[in-house]
Design a protein around this ligand. Sequence first.
Ligand code: B3K
Ligand code: ZN
Length: 863
Amino acid sequence: DGFVHLADYRAPAWRVLHAGLVFELDPAATTVESVLSLEPDPARPGQPVTLDGEGLELLAIELDGRALGGDGYAYDGHQLTILDPGRACELRTRVRIHPDANTRLEGLYQSGRLLLTQCEAQGFRRITFMADRPDVMPRWRITLRAARDAFPVLLANGNPVSSRGLGDGRHEAVWENPHPTPAYLFAIAAGELGRVTKTLRTAEGREVELNVWAEPGDVERCRYALGAVDRSLRWDERRFGRGYDLDVFNVVAAQDFTMGAMENKGLNIFNARYILADEATATDADFLAIESVVAHEYLHNWSGNRVTLRDWFQLSLKEGLTVFRDTEFSSDLHSRALKRIEVVRLLRGRQFAEDAGALAHPVRPDRYKEISNFYTLTIYEKGAEIIRVLHTLVGEDTFRAGMDRYFADNDGKAATLEDFLAAHAAASGRDLAQFARWYAQAGTPELAIRADFDAASGDYTLTIDQHTPATPGQPEKQPLLIPLRFALYDADGGEITTPPEADAVVREGMAELTAARHVLRWRGLRGRPLPAFNHGFAAPVKLQVDYSVDELARLARLERDAFNRWDLLQRLATDALLGAAHAEAATQTLSDVLADLLEDTSADPAFVAECLALPDFDTLAEQVDEVDVEALVGRREELLDRLAEDQVERLQSRYEALADVAAGGLDGPEMSARALRNACLSWLTRLDPQAALAEAQFAAANTMTARLAALRCLLHFQAPGAEAALAAFQQQFRHDPLVTDKWIALVATRPHPEALADVEALMASNWWKATNPNRVRALLGSFARSNPLGFHRRDGAGYRLVATQVASLDAINPQVAARLLGAFESWRRWTAPHRGPAREALAALEGKLGSPDGRDLLERLLG
Ligand code: B3K
Ligand code: ZN
């Protein structure tokens, strides 16, 4: 049926114990000689050796030193089969590949003048033959040979062993990776690279050299990333007791990279946007993103590399866990509340939509057609939330004990989610069978909570109903184990600490929900209490609780925890926007609370800025049955205009007061000041058709954070000075592709149906580069995902533009094209005038997509 099924997993009949590779590197034609030591599984005798190899030009093949004739092997362009040799043996092959023609950026490819690899998930088979599956883990010796002038630096996984000149202008470097490592973690990088470097001694006493490499002109912009590597290494030692296990840790920045970055053993390869930064070219958000992606890839060294995956169905075992770990890293180093707000915005805006749309899938899928399409918010972000649920249930100490056990039991092995749960079950003494349903069941759980108070008896009950909506292929759902935090406040705002009578385990303000319905009951209360739920968003669920506006206003004052205050403001804004009966009262309350916040100079300014950012379009769209794009965007703009008018003086005064702190520097208070100033600027620009303040900020800016925020205001509010500012910005940064992507994204997201014409004009200009994933995302990704008025034009032109580009990009880089196609995931919930053109745009793609990636997505979108 075209699917790979989890239930069909079989251990490999042949293992690869050692891989020795020799590369003769050349952009046009590289040859790869490979010697694989193969060993049969004694339990499964008589099986042929089957190796993956995609589109390889086979030049030579030998088994144990004897050339194989055409009857000894078969190669069909995808798989190499050798009749059962009946014993352990050594297979030598030589193949030719063409990096300069590789636009899919998978396998060995060229980026600028560099040669690089990207192998996860199944790219290694485009380099040479291999059992390209994560449960086959050879040790590796990698020899790189190339012309010294074009490729002075030659990097590979593991530790450097030797290097020498070859006499003919060529040179050679040998690397050895002693850790058993699957092929998806293989990497090499070659070319003219410069570096920043630092040597440190690990807690275990190992001397390690950290290097961050980039093209020579970019080296100075690698310093922040190098610091982030250092901080990540130290944090994993402290918080998880995990040390680094090689003599070098190399990171390389590349301008052409399909994803964010890749955790190859000892040689992480990064999209340059997650490495290169200084204050003149990177925003504060860029710096934070760089630190978190650097940490993510570094932390994979244990969660992913030392303990790897048995098969790709287990993807969240490394990705969800590593997102959890990088999130904890950022929370420990910076503001935990702000990090939580960032994560919850992403979940509510994007992951919930994925879980409710045509592409919904469990965190552990049980079948797939193309694994590349499963690097999703569900696998990553929901996967991390599930780990957080476990952490909430067992507490930090027990969680750490469970992690220690998981690492100890599975080190050097290819593990499953069952192995992970077994380690945590053993450490906590808990039965995690019901908890495991989080991995099997798609869709976001909903909790409907009803409160009843009997004034005569003082009896108060909370009835909690749990429900998960149907998703593709999963009509029926079972109840999940959900830790629900709650608090009850009395009339004076004191917390009622008496535990309820309950049909669920209840402890310290948390109920462990396990059934479709639970009832919590308090007796003899003196008045109707005010309940609050899900503090810190400990459970990734949707809550339905009916509050009056007065209750919400009281809660906003009672809740001191920053995340919960922010969450209440989001709730007030949502009520104001989605037409609750009390919408007008909610608006007024929201305005009052914002006034208090803007006057509270003791609150972190970055937190106040988060409170000024209302729920975005995606988050709102996710909460209505049918998405009327224009109406939703229009109501949101009206609300913002109204609130800005109410707050104008406070906004002006905060904007001015923070000027000095905001002027420069990357410390917390400096970044915070810029965050609030830029939020104020955006609100103030709504009220000023001349946009004088934005123009002044643009002219005076000495950080990219200030400059880009001002440019955004000028462009998005169509200020008279917009064109001139844009031209100046383009000119100043025309040689910097990453900064160029920034203005292109601003143009593509201008909130107006006419933005479509600007996007088309850019595609016809020299700025367009269909082979560069960052450029495609800046222009088309931003337009499709972050410009609702442009993408959802009534005439369907937005959908047609994106669909047409998906078809042509599919032939260049199927993963970039498939990502873009994902913008249609919720199309069935759009209003009829949008649904028709969306369906037509998708239907027009049928038969036009050559890649399995694109075909799989299209089938699911239309299915
Ligand atoms: N593991 C890589 C993602 C690879 C995606 C391949 N299509 C980056 C990361 O999650 O760390
Ligand atoms: Zn990852």
